[in-house]
Design a protein around this ligand. Structure first.
Ligand SMILES: Nc1ncnc2c1ncn2[C@@H]1O[C@H](COP(=O)(O)OP(=O)(O)OP(=O)(O)O)[C@@H](O)[C@H]1O
Ligand SMILES: O=C(O)c1ccc[n+]([C@@H]2O[C@H](COP(=O)([O-])O)[C@@H](O)[C@H]2O)c1
Length: 191
């Protein structure tokens, strides 16, 4: 599952857990983006990586990869998939993505090649319509996950306004955000 994870929240974790169960996956690899070139004002990749490690630590089937962070340059999913394929040459790869991302996917770099490397699982997300027009139906599956109307944008806005993010994100992530003063007004957090 690729994401900016700024911060990772329970919507991400529930989606990953549900896909793992339904598709009988051995593990879910969370891949925080290095440079999500379509997003602005993103926290440092090390903060996002560490929050993802904290959030997934208690699940033995979840792990975190640094491939997108260590590669450098803009993060393209085709490169993520090539790197993960190199690390796991015999695995059947599934890329988990949300309803908002799947509608954009044909505009991603080397979109057609991505479907050769991995099967895509599009999970439902409150407030976002699943639009699969033009996508190869044999390479994209749809899965309805328990609806959690949580977004990283909302978590950041709540933290900035002094509202709690308890129960929207894992406890360790609440503590990490507080300790490092993430998402404060004018904040540009660096490790
Ligand atoms: N509540 C949710 N339910 C299902 N999928 C989700 C949910 N939140 C995020 N996703 C999916 O997880 C992937 C990574 O998401 P991302 O890290 O960009 O989180 P986000 O909450 O969408 O962030 P932001 O609000 O900053 O755009 C995306 O494919 C996104 O669609
Ligand atoms: O490959 C691309 O061109 C591309 C463009 C936008 C997003 N993505 C990927 O989509 C996933 C979710 O991205 P984001 O920015 O919504 O957190 C993440 O793995 C990104 O690398 C990929």
């Amino acid at each position: 599952m690729g994401g900016t994870f700024d911060p990772i929240h329970h919507g991400h974790l529930v989606a990953a857990s549900e896909v793992a169960k339904v598709f009988e996956l051995d593990e879910v690899v969370f891949v925080p983006t290095g440079n999500p070139y379509k997003k602005t004002n993103v926290s440092s990749s090390e903060h996002r990586y560490l929050m993802t490690v904290i959030a997934t630590a208690s699940n033995p089937s979840f792990r975190v990869s640094r491939v997108d962070i260590d590669r450098g340059g803009p993060t393209y999913t085709i490169d993520t998939l090539r790197d993960v394929r190199r690390l796991l040459p015999d695995a059947d790869l599934f890329f988990i993505t949300g309803a908002d991302a799947i509608t954009q996917i044909l505009q991603w770099k080397d979109a057609q090649e991505m479907f050769d490397v991995a099967q895509f699982v599009a999970v439902t997300r409150p407030g976002h319509e699943l639009v699969l027009d033009g996508l190869p139906t044999d390479r994209v599956s749809v899965l309805e996950v328990p609806a959690l109307a949580i977004s990283s944008t909302d978590c950041r806005a709540r933290a900035r306004r002094g509202f709690p993010i308890w129960y929207l994100v894992p406890d360790g992530v609440v503590q990490y955000v507080a300790k490092h003063h993430l998402y404060q007004a004018e904040e540009v957090a660096a490790l």
